[in-house]
Design a protein around this ligand. Structure first.
Ligand code: SAH
Length: 427
């Protein structure tokens, strides 16, 4: 979501005449877009923020913009007191404060009507930043902003605000604009992406959006994330199964395998219902890959309860598991009402157990691709190797002198590991 927000902001900055640089000390404007989903992310953001102070000391004209969840939709007044080298703060998905400030400072714009210029710049269609034009193969499009589910551990609803879907036509226009600029793959984003449209007057569904996006010429692949189990409709699964451009890859977090913990997390389903869903997804979408998220060490999680999570992961054999240790987030229900009582070392032990289980599972799943031919969309060449993904989201590396950027090619798999594959182009 932050990558998408940053790109929109970069697009607006270029309309004001700014250009990207990779060298921080050359920059006139630095935007730090932040995440606070876990303490580690917040620490990283604060670390980066601190590292910007010397640049500001050397160049007082430098504009430093702190954006994202460290600010949040309700604002964060303390942050500028604590870090006075920050010039302007912006909530997640809201580039306006920075653009407004720059318009004000920009002498040549003084004669223009400020508000209308701001609107014009931000309403214009997204245009890829200079360094990505013709090179960006895969782009994100936010389709649902915010979240209203309120899982007890999660800070996102309070930082990104209430759930609201983007208008259908706006998404279609952005998709076409990106494809016209060379993008081949789109990933639709939402905290609960499968709730798309429920808050819009015409109640469009994610499935209908996928069908319309599917007809965009030049677009090769479409993905969406993240789904909540309770909103995965048959209509959605059918759309994924039927439409060849929709990648057979589902990101649907379980978070825990014990019903009591799931209830305490306020996830709204049982482990049995989740198992049933995975079964259903696999039945309807042949060859589908499934990714899940899991939190270990939620308040009160006993060894027995953790074992249930272990068992579910062992039984369901997911392609990918994003693992996290519970991190109490200020203001969330679990932080206020529950004790963070699983010791750090124990969280780590549970984390490592799932990690090695998942490594075994992924090794086994991926080894079945050995000697097989897979279709790969190439995104980037780095350190002499082309990097791309299969429709099932497996990372594939290929050595080739050809320019493969943005191409979909058949690849023979010659090596498999838990996290990636290696292959050679099929002649
Ligand atoms: N709505 C998105 C949430 C993105 S956050 C989704 O459902 O995927 C990504 C993951 O971070 C969550 O799925 C969860 O596993 C993890 N997470 C969120 N809050 C956390 C917390 N307080 N401590 C540890 N992990 C957390």
């Amino acid at each position: 979501m932050n990558v998408a927000d940053s790109r929109r902001l970069a697009s607006a900055l270029e309309k004001l005449g700014y250009q990207p640089t990779r060298v921080p000390k050359e920059a006139d404007v630095i935007v730090l877009n932040t995440c606070v989903v876990r303490q580690s992310a917040e620490d990283k953001a604060i670390g980066r923020l601190s590292s910007l102070k010397p640049l500001k000391d050397k160049n007082p004209d430098l504009v430093i913009n702190l954006m994202g969840c460290l600010i949040g939709v309700r604002g964060n007044t303390k942050i500028q007191e604590k870090f006075p080298w920050v010039d302007v703060v912006s909530p997640p998905s809201h580039p306006e404060p920075l653009i407004e400030l720059l318009i004000q400072r920009n002498a040549k714009n003084q004669s223009l009507e400020k508000q209308s210029e701001l609107n014009a710049i931000l309403d214009e269609e997204i245009s890829l930043p200079e360094d990505e034009k013709g090179r960006l193969v895969s782009a994100y499009i936010p389709i649902v902003y915010g979240c209203s589910h309120a899982c007890t551990y999660c800070i996102i609803p309070s930082k990104r605000g209430v759930e609201h879907s983007r208008p259908y036509d706006e998404i279609m226009a952005e998709a076409r604009a990106l494809v016209n600029q060379g993008v081949k793959e789109l990933t639709l984003l939402g905290q609960i992406v499968d709730r798309y449209g429920l808050d819009l007057p015409e109640k469009p569904t994610l499935a209908s959006l996928l069908r319309d996006l599917h007809s965009i010429e030049g677009l090769k692949r479409i993905r969406f994330l993240t789904s909540h189990p309770n909103w995965m409709t048959e209509e959605l699964l059918d759309a994924v199964a039927e439409l060849p451009k929709i990648c057979p890859h589902i990101e649907v977090p379980i978070q825990a395998g014990d019903d009591e913990i799931l209830r305490a997390m306020r996830r709204g389903y049982t482990a049995a219902q989740y198992r049933e869903l995975v079964h259903n997804i696999r039945e309807r979408i042949p060859g589908v890959s499934i990714a899940t998220d899991i939190i270990v060490g939620f308040p009160g999680e006993t060894e027995e309860q953790f074992q249930k999570t272990y068992e579910v992961l062992d039984d369901l054999r997911m392609d990918v598991a994003h693992l996290a240790r519970y991190s109490p987030r200020t203001g969330t229900y679990s932080e206020r009402k529950m004790e963070d009582d699983v010791p750090e070392a124990e969280k780590m032990r549970r984390f490592r157990m799932l990690e090695s289980l998942q490594e075994e599972i992924a090794t086994e799943i991926n080894s079945r691709l050995m000697g097989k031919t897979v279709n790969v969309l190439f995104e980037e060449k780095s350190r002499g190797r082309w990097r791309g993904r299969t429709p099932t989201n497996k990372l594939v590396f290929v050595e080739s002198e050809e320019d493969l950027l943005g191409q979909e090619r058949d690849v023979n798999i010659t090596w498999t590991g838990p996290w990636s594959l290696i292959g050679s182009l099929q002649e």
